[in-house]
Design a protein. Structure first.
Length: 574
């Protein structure tokens, strides 16, 4: 038996001691290098150490290189002291540092100074200090830690990286930089295989004009999508978003928000069960229980679907859609199948909007109610035009025609213009008799929201009652025909009438003919009138025999000019 074998058997339980003695005795050969001369072994100024390359299934840590190796079982707690250009290999990972304490028995080491770990060509870990456990495949890096994975970089002071699950997590504050996005938090973890990061406590995500604050956030570095899982605020350009559940793509600025999320921009607010918003294009799509409010113009759109583009000012609401106006003491509620809002000259001092409502429009306010098939409101001229069987009620007044144009002043009706088969009806205080006025065209003027004057033009017919002011008793009924008629009201009661070239009859109340009690086109549409703001959803159309048939207007004659004869070529004269 050789001396070398005897020494090996004696020190079989102390591999580190055995290795050191063999090296000092010149009995151990370093791989791929000639035997070390005895003279250099005595001085021990520098010792080069090499180990075999690890096998894929081998969990042992292999020391590849160190400029100097020292070992003292009693002073260094059974650790091999490695100094200078230290290099370890472990299951495909390469680890470098300035110096290390190598615990071969526990298959671990402590690394000091310029610690570097490389796993393949996509992941690297840098720190000032690290403890690596080869059995658990766990690296605990401390101080000035930098974890790089493809285009993502994580900065922290304390990081534990689990190679078995490809998971790194920090707990004393960290910063992740990915494609220009900067994400910071107090605690977080990063999965290198799924590219998914989770951050918690004082989380902030910044990217150009985008800024997100939350307490819990998932972030995918591959897709650049942030998943919001708690109360969060997002500032993107002029938009401010609040959400507790949603997704935001930092590359495309597209967000998918759930759970009654709120999007605000320049005094406008959008709320819905789910909201899809892109801050680059300015487009929004909201679904179920949607509320779009404008605090500047004091109005709101609601419904189960709404589309809005903040860049163009276009909005559309449908599915139980309601337009609400808060500009007055009493709120106006209007329902239609669909609302569309168009904005012109946006972002200028000349901005104005046009709203289209169709079909089955019903509106309610305490002092004003209306129904029609379709409606257009032009903010520039403050005019609301109602089409196809429009009816407007103001207290005990009813106004209808083929087309009604209502002109607003400070959001209060100022005058109305009725075109075609105009009819104005006033229900008297006894709820039995009616003052009636009809003509082809009618103008109604309002003061403080109440009708003050009405003008009937062309083929005007009127039935009105003369009342004794002393005891409010009916004296007579007047039936009048005239080309032009004007009625004046006070407190919704007719006080006087002016008639041009009148033709009429005054009947005592007991001698009114049956065919003179009502005008030919008289109808009181009490069964259609909206009763409250909930009643605007209940469409009640006119009875078949009471529908208004539009009169055909006279068309201008078309000129029929005689075409000039074609020019004949000149005759040839010989």
């Amino acid at each position: 038996m050789t001396i070398c074998n005897i020494v090996k058997r004696f020190f079989s339980g102390h591999r580190g001691v055995l290795f050191l003695i063999l090296c000092m005795c010149g009995l151990c050969v370093v791989e791929s290098m000639p035997p070390v001369p005895k003279k250099k072994a005595k001085t021990r100024k520098k010792t080069t150490v090499s180990r075999a390359k690890p096998r894929p299934s081998d969990k042992r840590i292999y020391l590849v290189h160190a400029d100097e190796l020292r070992y003292d079982q009693f002073q260094n707690n059974n650790a091999q002291i490695l100094i200078g250009n230290v290099h370890f290999d472990h299951m495909g990972a390469r680890l470098f540092c300035d110096s290390a304490n190598f615990y071969e028995d526990s298959n671990s080491f402590e690394a000091y100074g310029h610690v570097k770990m490389y796993q393949g060509d996509t992941l690297s870990l840098f720190s000032d200090y690290a403890f690596y456990d080869g059995n658990d495949e766990l690296a605990r890096a401390r101080y000035n830690v930098v974890l790089k994975h493809r285009k993502s970089t994580l900065y922290t002071d304390s990081l534990d990286y689990d190679r078995m699950y490809n998971l790194g997590y920090f707990f004393e504050g960290g910063k992740l930089i990915d494609n220009g996005s900067v994400l910071t938090s107090d605690w977080g973890e990063y999965h290198t295989d799924t590219k998914m990061a989770f951050f918690a406590y004082d989380v902030e995500l910044k990217d150009n004009d985008f800024f997100l604050t939350t307490d819990s956030l998932y972030y995918n570095t591959q897709s650049s999508v942030a998943h919001i899982v708690g109360p969060s605020r997002i500032i993107s350009g002029t938009s401010n978003i609040y959400s507790e559940d949603g997704y935001y793509n930092t590359k495309t600025d597209h967000s998918e928000l759930f759970g009654r999320s709120v999007v605000k921009d320049k005094g406008r607010s959008l709320v819905g069960d789910s909201v899809y918003y892109n801050s680059t294009t300015g487009s929004s799509f909201a679904y179920r229980n949607v509320e779009f409010s404008d605090s500047v113009n004091k109005n709101m759109l609601t419904g189960d679907f709404l589309e809005y583009n903040e860049a163009t000012g276009y909005a559309m609401a449908t599915k139980n859609a309601v337009a609400v106006d808060f500009s007055q003491k009493d709120t106006l509620f209007m329902h239609a199948d669909t609302f569309k809002v168009f904005t012109y000259h946006i972002n200028t001092d000349s901005v104005y909007r046009v709203m289209h409502a169709y079909h089955k429009v019903r509106a309610y306010r305490v002092d004003l109610q209306a129904v029609c098939d379709s409606l257009v409101y032009d903010q520039k001229d403050s005019v609301m035009t109602m089409y196809r069987d429009p009816i407007v009620w103001n207290g005990n007044q009813q106004l209808l025609g083929e087309v009604i144009q209502a002109y607003m002043k400070d959001s209060v009706i100022d005058r109305a213009h009725v075109l075609g088969q105009a009819l104005s009806v006033e229900l008297m205080f006894d709820s039995v008799h009616y003052n009636q006025l009809t003509s082809k065209e009618m103008l109604a003027f309002f003061r403080n929201g109440q009708i003050s004057e009405a003008h009937a033009k062309t083929n005007a017919l009127a039935i009105y009652h003369v009342i004794d002011d002393a005891d409010s008793a009916f004296i007579a009924q007047d039936y009048t025909e005239s080309p032009l008629m004007k009625m004046f009201f006070e407190n919704r009661k007719m006080k006087r009438i002016w008639v041009e070239k009148p033709k009429g009859v005054m009947y005592p109340m007991t001698q009114i003919p049956a065919d003179k009690k009502f005008l030919p086109n008289f109808v009181w549409f009490d069964y259609i009138r909206p009763l409250n703001k909930q009643d605007i959803f209940n469409w009640r159309g006119k009875k078949k025999e009471q529908e208004l048939i539009p009169e055909k207007r006279r068309e201008a004659p078309v000129q029929n000019l005689k075409k000039p004869e074609a020019l004949k070529p000149p005759e040839n004269h010989e």
